[in-house]
Design a protein around this ligand. Structure first.
Ligand SMILES: [Zn+2]
Length: 293
């Protein structure tokens, strides 16, 4: 009964609320396989990846290539967690320490105290916007809710869920409910009650497709999905290139580059997708030539 990953949109309370939701089960399972994530790492990264996708979609201002990058830098055992999502539905991620020693950790402890940096931009034009908040230790969804309020002045509720099973990710997804400025206090209270009373999203997603999970959470609010033609396929994808893989080597000292040349070349592995790029001594010589120039 597995359905393809996708982003969907809807409205609730007579159009006073916008809803964006994503099913990301396959993308998170792909990340788990590529990055060899322990369950808590899959849960942390899965929520982050889903959040990045939802934010890219939510903050999209009629641009087709907007991206949102979330960078969690906490003092927990996972170390840095990075998730990049685009408005087009591609997503990728990275966890510095994908397999912490303690298998009983919850996501909040595994990330720890620190900061969340949100970068959003529309390449190739313009400078990306960057903002940073402190992690409250109450979960990725509430951190994103606070970011939306403080940096984007968007009142919202964010729900994220990942369900692990013994052999991988059983379900992953999320939703963001945005209150438009004309939403009344009563309507906001009604939505808040729905969100509070709903079963965990991961539990719903394990049993039903994202469309039904959102309808279940927003039962009684007049929730309607906007035509299914708006649904966007989601996939784990990396935009790395040979040029970008080579670029960091140019920052190395002359001696280090010479050492690689003497060793017959080097290999760079992309942190996000695991792709390997081989560089021959000739490739590396172009870097030393740049040094001399
Ligand atoms: Zn890559």
């Amino acid at each position: 009964m597995e359905t393809p990953d996708r982003l969907i949109q809807g409205m609730a309370m007579d159009g006073h609320f916008r809803v964006i939701a994503a099913q990301t089960t396959t993308a998170v399972e792909t990340a788990r396989e590529i990055l060899d994530l322990a369950p808590v790492a899959a849960e942390a990264l899965g929520r982050s990846m889903t959040g990045a996708l939802l934010l890219a979609r939510l903050l999209d201002k009629d641009v087709r290539n907007q991206y949102v990058s979330l960078r969690f830098e906490g003092n927990g055992p996972l170390g840095t967690v990075i998730a990049d999502g685009t408005v087009a539905g591609t997503v990728r991620g990275f966890v510095a320490n994908p397999a912490p020693d303690d298998p009983e950790l919850d996501v909040e402890t595994a990330i720890g105290n620190g900061s969340l940096t949100v970068i959003r931009g529309t390449p190739p034009a313009g400078k990306p916007y960057t903002s940073q908040i402190l992690l409250a230790g109450t979960g990725i969804a509430t951190d994103l809710t606070r970011y939306l309020m403080r940096s984007e002045q968007i009142a919202s509720a964010v729900l994220l869920g990942v369900k692990n099973r013994r052999d991988g990710v059983a379900a992953a997804g999320g939703m963001v409910i945005q209150a438009f400025p004309h939403a009344s206090d009563e309507a906001i209270a009604a939505i808040e009650k729905c969100v509070k009373d709903a079963p965990p999203l991961s539990t719903l997603l394990e049993k039903m497709p994202i469309e039904d999970a959102v309808a279940t959470v927003l039962h009684g609010t007049g929730y309607k999905q906007i035509d299914a033609g708006h649904s966007v396929p989601v996939s784990y994808a990396c935009q790395c290139t040979r040029e970008r893989a080579l670029a960091p080597l140019a920052l190395l000292g002359q001696d280090e580059i010479q050492e690689m040349i003497d060793e017959g070349g080097t290999e760079v592995r992309c942190h996000f997708c695991g792709r390997r790029y081989e560089f021959t001594p000739d490739d590396l010589l172009t870097l030393t030539a740049k040094h001399e120039a």
